[in-house]
Design a protein around this ligand. Structure first.
Ligand code: F3S
Length: 404
């Protein structure tokens, strides 16, 4: 890979040991993908996760003197104030989150702790080259905003933030951003949950850049696009998708494929969606001990919708709604948070469902969620989740521990 003088100087340590280490990592990634050069980034988002290995890497960079050239936003870990008050954290777990906070602050990150930075706090414009990690984020940024990022790891995104560069390969190159798989949707796809089910068909769609045809482009909401991208990237390792008429690189189907013939054609039927839905519900819900919403972090509109449902059916088991601190500030100032609390629901900032430090205590319990991604991660630490639309989750919560 050809480096500019500035990049070579960084690699050689003339900008300090921290930047040299970060450049070594990026050079190795670039060589692995046969990138021809490094290009500057304008933004970064780091999936910090507050897990020991990620914090270890960030600490190593900080201790080598690294400071970010491009201040990244960061993914959620867990909200110390909320969980310390709830008596959930022992000293070790509190110390890890506290250290994570300190290390990233020292590195110069913007401590937003949200996994929807593309809605607030870090919104790339069309065509910007950025380094974003987090499964649900990179696909949204590529597909819906038309910015360009590879599926960075937390480590590579941090190295990009430290140096201000990324190797140019994959999703940064025009030719790799064209559609390759034509997906005909012959199913009734009407709300965000349906779009999540469609995303779960990523295994059937296979590798490549899917172009979804047959969706009512004008009726697609932000939440639908979030649900589709999050599940596609979990189930099918999808970096980018197009929906003609709805996403910016696909005004038309022809645009989406760049005039080329699709490599494959796949049809998603109602039966495919129903099969996904039945799998998510299998073995549940004869009992619901809690409801978890907000993976990815709930938008403000989703919080309002949950409150509307809870007003009719107050919860008799805890309902946790994960969202950004910005949404909570708004909900607190206008009384929405107080209404939710009266109905048995709690807004939690800065927190991810994939944190055994705070959710591991739920092992053996039965939950409900509207997010297949949430269920996937929580299963890893022994929590079973029935997955269905938010209306069902809140209805189950209102039954006080009994499912259907
Ligand atoms: Fe966000 Fe964590 Fe889910 S980062 S998308 S809450 S797994």
């Amino acid at each position: 890979m050809e480096l500019t003088k500035q990049q070579q100087d960084m690699l050689d340590g003339r900008y300090g040991a921290g930047k040299a280490k970060a450049m070594q990592v990026l050079k190795a990634v670039g060589d692995g993908f046969r990138a021809a050069r490094m290009v500057p980034i304008t933004r970064a988002h780091v999936a910090l996760s507050a897990q020991e290995a990620d914090t270890w890497f960030a600490r190593k960079m900080r201790d080598a003197g690294a400071v970010c050239a491009v201040a990244p936003t960061v993914n959620p870990g867990y909200c110390l104030a909320y969980f310390e008050r709830a008596g959930v954290l022992d000293e070790k777990k509190s110390a890890l989150m506290r250290e994570t906070h300190e290390v990233y602050r020292d590195l110069g990150a913007n401590l937003t702790y949200s996994c929807t930075p593309y809605l607030f706090g870090n919104i790339p414009r069309y065509g910007e080259i950025v380094a974003f990690s987090e499964t649900s984020v990179s696909v949204y940024v590529n597909s819906v905003l038309g910015a360009r990022t590879n599926r960075e790891s937390s480590a590579s995104a941090l190295c990009a933030a430290i140096t201000g560069f990324v190797p140019e390969y994959g999703m940064l190159l025009d030719g790799n951003r064209l559609g390759t798989v034509r997906v005909t949707v012959e199913a009734d796809v009407r709300d965000a949950f349906d779009y999540s089910l469609l995303g779960l068909c990523g295994g059937k769609i296979g590798r490549g850049v899917p172009v979804f045809c047959g969706l009512g482009a004008q009726d697609i909401s932000t939440e639908m696009l979030m649900g589709l991208g999050a599940q596609l990237n979990v189930s099918g390792v999808t970096e980018l998708f197009h929906i003609p008429g709805a996403t910016p690189d696909a005004r038309t189907e022809e645009d989406a494929f760049g005039g080329r013939t699709p490599e494959r054609c796949v049809t998603i039927t109602q039966a495919d969606l129903e099969q996904q839905s039945q799998q998510l519900l299998s073995g549940a819900p004869d009992r619901v001990d809690f409801v978890m919403l907000g993976c990815p972090h709930y938008t403000y509109e989703q919080i309002v919708e949950a409150a509307r449902l809870l007003e009719t059916t107050p919860a008799r088991v805890p309902v946790w709604i994960l969202t950004s601190a910005a949404n909570i500030a708004l909900a607190r100032s206008n009384g929405l948070e107080a209404l939710l609390e009266r109905c048995g629901a709690h807004l939690i900032a800065d927190t991810c469902v994939d944190e055994s430090a705070v959710w591991g205590r739920l092992a053996g319990q039965h939950g409900a969620t509207d997010s297949p991604k949430c269920a996937y991660y929580m299963r890893a630490f022994g929590v079973q989740n029935a997955v269905s639309r938010v209306e069902d989750c809140i209805r189950w919560a209102g039954k006080g521990g009994r499912g259907e």
